[in-house]
Design a protein around this ligand. Structure first.
Ligand SMILES: *Cc1c(COP(=O)(O)O)cnc(C)c1O
Length: 504
C-alpha cells in the first residue's frame, strides 16, 4: 500500500516511511492512497478472534510492508494480558436500550490514547529499522493532556528514542499534569509552555518542517517523528477498536450482522473520529458519525455550515483534552472527500494558516454531511450529564465522555434516529476528579486532588485506578515552563545540542 501527502500527491512512501517520518516535508499528512475493504464475512470471521487477533487482521491491510512476524510482535507487545484492565482491551458497557459505551480508557494511563500509544513505539521501532538505520528518533509531542502521558509511558526507555512532551501550562487537569511531570525513564522530557494546545501543536509542526533543523539532525544521526495523531501510526490502531466494537455488538446480539450503527465521538484534533470514518469506509456498517465538541465548537460550526473559522474565543473547559481550535486531522478528511485533491487541500490549509479561516464548496460539505453529524455542549450541560448518567444508569463517566453522551441525546432528540449507537468513552473519571465529583456531589468537602479522588470513590464506589492513586506524594521531575518562542531551544537543550551546532 502506498501512502501520499495531503498537500502533494507526487509524494509516495511506504507505511513504515509514513510512520517513521510522522509528517510529510510539505507540511501535509500521510494518508493511504486507497482504503482497504472488509466484507461482512470478513467482519464475521474477525469477530471470532480476540482483540490481538482482530488488531492483526486490520493492521495488516494497512501496514503492508510489515511482515506477519513483525506485526505479531508489535500487537502482542502492545495489548498483552495485564496491560489493560479488561481482557477485552476495549470493552462495551450497555448504557441504555440503544446506546453502548466503548470504554477506551482501560490502558496504563487511563485515557484512550493508550490504545494507539501502546502500539506506536513498536510500529515506529520496526519502521525505523526499515527506513532509518542507525538513527536515533526524537519524538516531539504536543499534548492537550492525555497524549503526553500515554506517549511517555509508551516510549519510556525504548532504545534509540528520545521523547519530549510540550503541554499548555494552564490547559491540563492536575492529575494529567502530575502524570506527566513525574514520568520515569531515561529518555523522557516534559516542558510546559505559556500558551494553549494549538500553540504547542503549531510549534511542534514548525520544528518538524524546518529544513535547516532537519539537515543538522541528519548530521547528528537524529530524526524527528511524531506521536500525535498527525502520525498515521497513531490513527491506524484506532480503526481497530471500531471494527472490534461492531463485532462485539453482533456477538452480543445487539445488532444483526450488516445492521447499521451510529458512532458518537468526543472530538478535539479529529483523530479518533477520523479512525471511525476509516472503519466506515472499510465496510463496517456505520450510518452516522456524530462529532461531539465542548464550548470550543469550531467543528460543530464547520460540519453544519462548511466554514471553518478559528478566529474565536478559546475556552478552557472541564474537558481540557478537547480544548482545540485547529483540528489537524480534518485535513485528511478534506483530502479524501475532495477526491484526493492535494492542490485544494493545500490551498485550504494555507488559508487556515494565513487567515485562520476557510470555506469549502457546497459539494464537499454535502459529502461530509452525508457521513457526519455534529453537536456541542458547554460545561454546565456536561456537569448535568455526568450527574444524570450516574443517577439514572449507575455509571460514572468523565467530562469528555459526558460531552459525547449529551450530544448523543441532543442528536436523537432532534432527529428521532434510534439506530443502535456506540459512544466512545475516552478517559477514566478519576483523571478529572474535581469536575466529576462536583457533578455527582452537592457539597464537595475536599480541596486537594487526592482527597477529591477519595471522596469521589466514597461517593460512587467506582474503583480508583492504581496508576493514578500511586501518584500521591510523588515529586515532579520536570518543572520547566517555557515561552512558545523557546520551544526549539527546549528541544536542543534536551538533546544536548548547542545553538552553534545548529547554526554551523
Ligand atoms: C485526546 C482526547 C480527546 C480528543 O480526541 P481527538 O482524537 O483529538 O479528537 C477526547 N477525550 C479525551 C479524554 C482525550 O484525551
Amino acid at each position: 500500500m502506498i501512502y501520499t501527502s495531503t498537500r502533494d500527491k507526487s509524494v509516495k512512501v511506504s507505511a513504515s516511511q509514513a510512520i517513521a517520518k510522522g509528517i510529510s516535508a510539505d507540511g501535509g499528512l500521510f494518508v493511504p492512497t486507497e482504503i482497504p475493504t472488509l466484507s461482512l464475512d470478513d467482519i464475521k470471521r474477525i469477530g471470532t478472534l480476540d482483540y490481538i487477533g482482530r488488531a492483526k487482521e486490520i493492521l495488516k491491510l494497512y501496514l503492508t510492508d510489515f511482515t506477519d512476524e513483525e506485526l505479531s510482535m508489535c500487537v502482542e507487545g502492545a495489548y498483552k494480558k495485564g496491560k489493560f484492565s479488561s481482557d477485552k482491551v476495549a470493552p462495551l458497557h450497555k448504557l441504555t436500550d440503544s446506546a453502548e459505551v466503548l470504554e477506551l480508557w482501560r490502558g496504563p494511563t487511563c485515557a484512550f490514547k493508550d490504545m494507539a500509544l501502546q502500539l506506536l513505539p513498536y510500529l515506529l521501532t520496526v519502521s525505523a529499522g526499515k527506513t532509518l538505520k542507525d538513527t536515533k528518533i526524537v519524538i516531539l509531542v504536543a499534548t492537550s493532556g492525555d497524549t503526553g502521558k500515554a506517549a511517555l509511558e509508551g516510549f519510556k526507555d525504548v532504545p534509540n528514542t528520545e521523547i519530549l512532551v510540550f503541554y499548555p501550562v494552564d490547559g491540563v487537569s492536575p492529575m494529567q499534569k502530575l502524570q506527566m511531570t513525574t514520568q520515569e525513564g531515561n529518555n523522557v522530557s516534559v516542558c510546559a509552555i505559556k500558551g494553549n494546545f494549538d500553540d504547542a501543536q503549531s510549534g511542534v509542526k514548525a520544528i518538524f518542517t524546518n529544513r535547516e533543523i532537519e539537515e543538522k539532525f541528519k548530521h547528528n544521526n537524529l530524526a524527528f517523528s511524531s506521536a500525535n495523531s498527525i502520525n498515521w501510526g497513531r490513527l491506524v490502531p484506532q480503526i481497530v477498536y471500531y471494527v472490534s466494537a461492531y463485532c462485539d455488538m453482533v456477538n452480543n446480539g445487539n445488532v444483526k450482522l450488516g445492521e447499521e450503527i451510529n458512532v458518537v465521538v468526543p472530538t478535539g484534533n479529529f483523530g479518533n473520529i477520523l479512525a471511525a470514518y476509516y472503519a466506515k469506509e472499510m465496510g463496517v456498517p456505520i450510518k452516522k458519525l456524530v462529532c461531539a465538541s465542548n464550548a470550543n465548537n469550531v467543528l460543530t460550526d464547520f460540519l453544519t455550515t462548511g466554514t471553518y473559522d478559528k478566529n474565536r474565543a478559546f475556552y478552557c473547559t472541564t474537558s481540557p483534552s478537547m480544548d482545540i481550535l485547529i483540528s489537524s486531522n480534518l485535513e485528511r478528511l478534506l483530502f479524501i472527500l475532495s477526491g484526493y485533491d492535494d492542490k485544494k487541500t493545500a490551498d485550504l490549509m494555507a488559508q487556515l494558516s494565513s487567515e485562520g479561516k476557510y470555506e469549502v464548496d457546497a459539494e464537499l460539505i454535502e459529502k461530509i454531511k452525508s457521513s457526519f453529524a455534529a453537536g456541542c455542549c458547554d460545561d454546565t450541560a456536561t456537569k448535568a450529564t455526568i450527574k444524570e448518567t450516574f443517577e439514572n444508569s449507575n455509571y460514572l463517566i468523565d467530562t469528555h465522555t459526558a460531552v459525547a453522551v449529551k450530544v448523543y441525546e441532543d442528536y436523537t432528540g432532534k432527529t428521532g434516529d434510534s439506530t443502535p449507537t456506540v459512544i466512545a468513552s475516552t478517559a477514566n473519571p478519576y483523571k478529572f476528579s474535581k469536575s466529576v465529583l462536583s457533578a455527582v456531589s452537592d457539597e464537595v468537602k475536599s480541596t486537594d486532588e487526592f482527597s477529591m479522588v477519595d471522596e469521589l470513590h466514597e461517593k460512587t464506589g467506582e474503583p480508583v485506578p492504581a496508576q493514578l492513586a500511586n501518584l500521591k506524594g510523588k515529586t515532579p521531575r520536570f518543572t520547566r515552563v517555557a515561552e512558545k518562542a523557546e520551544m526549539k531551544q527546549v528541544v536542543f537543550d534536551m538533546l544536548g545540542i548547542s545553538k552553534s551546532d545548529i547554526n554551523s
